[in-house]
Structure formats: C-alpha cells, structure tokens
Design a binder for this molecule. Structure first.
Ligand SMILES: [Zn+2]
Ligand SMILES: [Zn+2]
Length: 298
C-alpha cells in the first residue's frame, strides 16, 4: 500500500518535471522571440527539444543581438536605429540635418557624414528596455522543481524506513512492589520513593547501552495517574528530521487498579527518544539518566 503510493507520487513529480518545465520554457521563448521579431516557432522548437536546456541557453545567447527596446509612449517594439516610433510617431532619436542618420543628442559631429551637428534641444524620448521578469520566473521554477523533486524522494525514503530504523520497541509492566523486589539495584527504590506522586508528569529512568552496532535504550516509566497495565501500548517510529521516537500510550482517568512501573526498550541506530501520551494527550516526562540497567526481566 505504502509502496504503490510512493510510486504514484514519484510518477506525478516525474511527469511534472518532464512536461512542466519544457512547457514553461516553450511559452517563454515563443513570447520573447515574437516580441523581438525573431522566428518564434523555430526558436521554441529548438529551446524545447534540445536536451538539458541547451536550446534555451543558445536562445538566450543569440537573442542578445535582437532588440528588446520599446517605445516609451506606446510600448511598441523598436530598435536602436529607429528615429521615430513606427506606431505612435514619438521622436526616439535626433538626426543629422545633412544626411539624416540617427545621432545622439550630445554628439557634436555626425559619424556618418562628418558634418558638425547643431545643439539639440529637448523633445526626444529615447527607447526604453523591456523588463524581463518571465525569465526569472522560469529560472525559479527550473531550480525549484528539482529541489522539490529531491525533497519528495527524501521524504518517501524517510517514510519507508520509518518502521525499520528503530526496532524491538518492547514494553512490559509490573506492579510497583513486585518490580522493586525483583530489581537488583537499590537506587531504583530510592528514585521511586523520592517522586512527587501528585505531579502530572511521567517519571522516567533512562539507561542507554551499546548493543552490537546499535544502541539499546531502556526506559523505566512511572505515571502516577495510570489506571490499568493491560492497555499499555508502545510504538516506535522515526522521521527524517525528528530521529527515532518510542511512543508510549498509558491509560489514565478510569478505575485505578494499582500502581505500575512500565519498562519500554528499543534498539536502533540511534537512541530513541521517549514520548508519553495518555488518551492522545502528551504527558511531560522527567527523565533521569542512569548508568545501570533498569530491566529486571533480564
Ligand atoms: Zn510609440
Ligand atoms: Zn550626417
């Protein structure tokens, strides 16, 4: 079930990358090339069909020689050489009075015929450059999609290994007196006697020891309000970023049938953290690290 969902997710992302990016690139190149008076269809085909954006890169290099200037009053496409806007007639440049070549207003001599130029007054509106926001959007998408793609893959891998990396999540419980009589280390009783049983917290002794290549962690848990030892459940999980977690669900709020100590153990690549919930509500834990085993079943 999980595996088939992964494959579907993978295909969706893969198709998005395979189809989405060429479509975006194609739309951009077609519009941009049309605006510049280039052969839009040909360039779109080149940009879309050439692999790994080679076509797009060639297009971006070649198009530099085509004008991306526009008339400041009506936004019609114009080139450096236009004297007037072909659409609205706005004066874009000054001209030489002798040979009519386009000249800049601050030039003193005409570069074409060599005649001295008069002082040009105001009244010229030089062409302005078009803003090229679409390209940035495409680049953003081109960068974002692979990043999302990689993240998705990582998430999928993280999910599928969730049940593997922390294992052996076991739980056992025993009435307190029975446990304390079995426990070899007297420090467990000292710890138990020192607890404030009116506090709404789970008291925990934690012992970690290496077990082969892995780490075994034991949690001895006492929750003062726990009512029944038969309904305790344990679940180990691991997230990509959260690390391994040993989740204990301890029943509270019903008829109290005694006091219990709960031993939860887990072996994994990393020492699992403990999470205690009761009826779905998270209970804070007061954890004491100890250097002796708290497992009296051994
Ligand atoms: Zn114009
Ligand atoms: Zn001239």
């Amino acid at each position: 079930m999980l595996m088939s969902l992964n494959i579907v997710l993978f295909l969706i992302v893969y198709l998005a990358v395979l189809v989405g990016i060429p479509v975006l690139v194609g739309v951009y190149v077609y519009r941009d090339a049309s605006r510049r008076g280039m052969n839009a269809v040909l360039w779109t085909l080149v940009a879309v069909l050439a692999p790994v954006f080679v076509g797009l890169i060639i297009y971006l290099l070649v198009r530099g020689s085509y004008s991306d200037l526009k008339c400041p009053s009506c936004a019609a496409p114009v080139t450096e050489r236009y004297i007037s806007c072909p659409r609205c007639g706005a004066r874009l440049k000054a001209t030489c009075p002798n040979c009519a070549a386009p000249v800049e207003p601050d030039w003193k001599v005409c570069p074409h015929c060599g005649d001295p130029l008069p002082e040009f007054g105001e009244g010229f509106t030089p062409p302005v450059r078009r803003q090229d926001k679409t390209l940035w959007k495409i680049l953003l998408v081109v960068i974002l999609i692979p990043v999302l793609f990689i993240l998705t893959i990582f998430l999928i891998l993280g999910l599928s290994t969730a049940s593997n990396s922390a294992h052996g999540g076991g739980v056992a419980s025993m009435p307190v007196e029975e446990y304390l009589s079995l426990a070899e280390d007297a420090r467990i009783r000292t710890w138990f006697d020192s607890l404030d049983k009116d506090k709404k917290v789970a008291y925990v002794l934690r012992h970690t020891e290496p077990s082969g290549d892995e780490t075994q962690v034991q949690y001895l848990v006492y929750l003062p309000e726990m009512v029944d030892q038969s309904e305790i459940s344990v679940r180990s999980s691991s997230g990509l970023f959260g690390g391994d977690v040993l989740d204990l669900e301890l029943p509270t709020g019903g008829e109290r049938t005694g006091e219990y100590l709960v031993l939860a153990t887990c072996t994994g690549e990393r020492a699992a953290k403990l999470g205690v919930t009761s009826n779905g509500v998270k209970i804070p834990c007061e954890i004491t690290e100890v250097d002796y085993s708290v497992d009296c079943w051994e």
